[in-house]
Design a protein around this ligand. Structure first.
Ligand SMILES: NC(=O)c1ccc[n+]([C@@H]2O[C@H](COP(=O)([O-])OP(=O)(O)OC[C@H]3O[C@@H](n4cnc5c(N)ncnc54)[C@H](OP(=O)(O)O)[C@@H]3O)[C@@H](O)[C@H]2O)c1
Length: 206
């Protein structure tokens, strides 16, 4: 599995570490030239490749978005065509400004990204836990301590693929439903910040 991660910050690096541990091939990009992230990728995620965002999009089978939500219109739409795109972004007013200035009120943030990437299959995942919780709580399948991660997508096939990735990275996948259901995972909503069992997370989807 070739997993691309766009965004080499706290979340992107943590997910790269978990994916490398799971045996994935991993490429990571930041906002600019690869030289800018080369050292941190080498030191923090040995084995991962630093690339430009466009190259990550072309190289990977599945791409995780770990960038500020407000930057999604900078994504390379053409290069992401036909790919599964995991949206791990959240709206954060201090970083992104007012939500209504980047996302229409009627849409979940992942629906807005799906509209921007009409020929990609967007799955919301890895967004409701902090990066330190993802780092500290990853456990193999079967562990009593394993925590659940929620997924939402309009594509059943992409959901199945991403559920397998979530499991490989150390979490129990819980499918909430379509991308519109992903709204309950956004900051300020009841699913945001949950670090809990699959049973409890499933109650959220009901
Ligand atoms: N931190 C968490 O615990 C956490 C948990 C779940 C979800 N999230 C969400 O994940 C996203 C990233 O959060 P973070 O805490 O990792 O932020 P961060 O530490 O600030 O990292 C953001 C990364 O995105 C890069 N970036 C910015 N614009 C880009 C662009 N147009 N193309 C490619 N890369 C770009 C930045 O590169 P430069 O440094 O070069 O600008 C940086 O590497 C946010 O949407 C956040 O809400 C975060």
């Amino acid at each position: 599995m070739k997993l691309g991660i766009i965004g080499a910050g706290k979340l992107g690096i943590t997910l790269a570490q978990l994916a490398l541990k799971a045996g994935y091939e991993v490429a990571v990009s930041g906002s600019g030239d690869t030289q800018k992230i080369a050292l941190s990728v080498k030191v923090l995620t040995p084995g991962a490749i630093a690339m430009t965002t466009k190259d990550v999009a072309q190289w990977a089978e599945v791409i995780i978005l770990a960038i500020p939500l407000g930057k999604f219109r900078q994504l390379p739409v053409e290069s992401l065509k036909g790919k599964i795109v995991i949206d791990a972004t959240n709206h954060w007013p201090e970083v992104d400004g007012p939500r209504e200035e980047i996302i229409p009120e009627t849409l979940s943030s992942s629906e807005a990204i799906q509209q921007f990437l009409p020929e990609s299959r967007v799955v919301k995942a890895f967004s409701h836990m902090g990066y330190h919780e993802l780092r500290d709580w990853a456990r193999p399948a079967g562990s009593d301590e394993r925590k659940a991660l929620a997924l939402a997508s309009d594509s059943n096939q992409a959901t199945t693929n991403v559920a397998a990735i979530v499991s490989d990275l150390g979490f129990e996948p819980v499918i909430l439903g379509s991308l519109s259901h992903g709204r309950i995972l956004e900051p300020g909503q009841q699913g945001f910040g949950l670090v809990t069992s699959a049973t409890k997370l499933k109650e959220l989807g009901n």
